[in-house]
Design a protein around this ligand. Structure first.
Ligand SMILES: NCC(=O)N[C@@H](Cc1c[nH]cn1)C(=O)O
Ligand SMILES: [Zn+2]
Ligand SMILES: [Zn+2]
Length: 491
């Protein structure tokens, strides 16, 4: 209606006028090295979670810090998990309740990895804000907070009740989260109507997107242990089974040159492709050339748009991430490492069974290893296991978001899936049975997890407007749905 567009315009104007303040807060957040992977930085993750809770309290929300206990590291030590935030703003029974999920931990980043700017100093170059966590996920979390702040600053009544669940362990597999969701299902989540996650990217640089599916991730650690200490390769090379040689052979047995996973049975439960589904990929706006340029990739394994999208969204993939215990500094150290741990993961797709997958992989690695007749010891563990997620795109929540996108960006969203994993999505859907939607604000060239992570000023600010517009759209739609259900009951 014209009055709501007048209201939107006031809010959008406020957001435009205060954009530098919003960027300043993002700068303060990016400056916190809240890397959840490296144990020595765990205190910074906790500090980041506390900073976020303070920010939510400044909005007028009540924010509870839920203790998650500790977890075991590969060296056997225990490490405290950062607390989880459960926050709440507004409890009007006449309004719908929207729960926002985000994370404030980040992937590791060092200047020496090849960053042009200090990863923990948000730096603006040509309208892009570079820094670790700028898009994954501090920028989107702050955009949501900025949107609420704008309503408050203008003394406007919030059109929805809000809940927040913000964690500090997402990049490490959302440890401890599932137990809390189960425990809080009948309390914190009981009156939630809609769940919104903004932790992924658009499929291209200019067209906004709505995401209705993600892949899961099954992460493996493969440890090969020889003796108790490293050895001189001149005095022991040639007379022992070397752990690193065993590990490289194991890792090399996992996937072929065309990217096909070699573990028997892995593809058994993957849905077969229907003609109807094929058409879906044809209709999507996606330019493989632009995608190459965004990432600096020279060549994809597949040539067509459709094949690329299918291999990102509906087929599993296997990636090798690293080897712990191997010498990786410049120069050559003529050593035989005593114990090495290979890390790889399989991005799983709907209908693949996680526990069957785990068994298949472990059995396969044991078979390959036993054929080597090695005297070393093999241990396989699964530190992270996150499920794939698919939602119903016809849910009213998607309609509301589509309208908000149209208002802010002047175009309809691309409806996409995502090849990455957000562990909480499927947990939410399974446990709470509420509508879950992913509403990304970052562009395809944002470089999540890479050395050029950024969010553009434009996307950060328009993203803030998008969330403000979403509050209004959800309230409208929810009102209409309730009216329709009341009319049905009266008739
Ligand atoms: N922005 C979401 C994201 O990057 N998620 C991680 C989560 C994960 C999965 N396995 C381990 N961590 C991702 O890599 O997809
Ligand atoms: Zn993320
Ligand atoms: Zn991430």
């Amino acid at each position: 209606s014209s009055s709501s567009s007048g209201l939107e315009n006031r809010i959008f104007q406020y957001i435009d006028l205060h954009q530098n303040e919003f960027i300043q807060t993002l700068k303060e957040w990016v400056a916190v090295e809240s890397d959840s992977i490296q144990p020595q930085l765990r205190q910074e993750v906790t500090r980041m979670v506390e900073l976020t809770a303070d920010r939510l309290r400044a909005l007028g929300a009540t924010a509870e810090l839920v203790k998650l206990g500790s977890h075991k590291l590969t060296d056997g030590h225990s490490l405290l998990l950062p607390p989880l935030i459960l926050a709440e703003l507004g409890k009007d029974p006449q309004k719908p309740t929207v729960c926002f999920y985000g994370h404030v931990d980040v992937q590791p980043a060092k200047k020496e990895d090849g960053w042009k700017t200090d990863p923990y100093k948000l730096t603006e170059i040509d309208g892009n804000l570079y820094g670790r966590g700028a898009t994954d996920n501090k920028g989107p979390v702050l955009a949501w907070i900025n949107a609420v702040e704008s309503f408050r600053a203008l003394k406007l009544d919030m059109p929805v009740n809000l809940k927040f669940i913000i964690e500090g362990m997402e990049e490490a597999g959302s440890l401890g989260l599932e137990e809390v969701i189960k425990k809080e299902n009948q309390r914190f989540f009981s009156d939630v109507d809609y769940i919104v996650i903004s932790d992924n990217l658009w499929l291209n640089n200019r067209k906004p997107a709505l995401t209705y599916g993600t892949r899961g991730n099954l992460c493996f650690s493969v440890e090969v242990q020889g003796g108790q200490r490293d050895l001189h390769s001149g005095t022991f090379g040639g007379i022992i089974h070397e752990p690193m040689t065993d590990l490289i052979a194991l890792l090399d047995s996992l996937v072929d040159t065309s990217g096909r996973i070699l573990i028997p049975g892995v593809y058994d439960d993957v849905d077969s492709l229907t003609e109807e589904e094929k058409k879906l990929y044809e209709a999507i706006t996606f330019d493989p050339e632009e995608h190459k340029n965004n990432s600096g990739v020279k060549k994809f394994l597949y040539d067509t748009k459709e094949e690329i999208l299918m291999h990102l969204w509906r087929y599993p993939s296997l990636s090798i991430h690293g080897i712990e215990g191997a010498f990786h500094e410049p120069g050559i150290k003529t050593v035989i490492p005593a114990r090495v741990i290979g890390k790889f993961s399989i991005r799983q797709v709907p209908h693949m069974n996680v526990s069957v997958g785990e068994r298949q992989v472990i059995q396969y690695l044991e078979d390959v290893f036993s054929k080597r007749n090695s005297s070393n010891e093999l241990k396989v563990s699964v530190p992270i296991s996150a499920m794939p997620w698919v939602a119903d795109i016809n849910d009213p929540l998607y309609t509301a978001a589509g309208r908000a996108i149209k208002t802010v960006f002047g175009q309809d969203p691309e409806k996409i899936r995502d090849g990455a994993t957000i562990p909480i999505a499927q947990m939410f859907q399974n446990i709470t049975r509420k509508s879950v939607m992913m509403l990304p604000i970052g562009a395809a060239d944002d470089g999540e997890h890479s050395q050029k992570e950024k969010i553009s000023r434009h996307n950060y600010i328009q993203g803030t407007k998008l969330f403000a517009a979403l509050f209004l759209e959800i309230a409208k739609l929810h009102g209409q749905l309730q009216e329709a259900s009341n009319t049905k009951t009266t008739n």
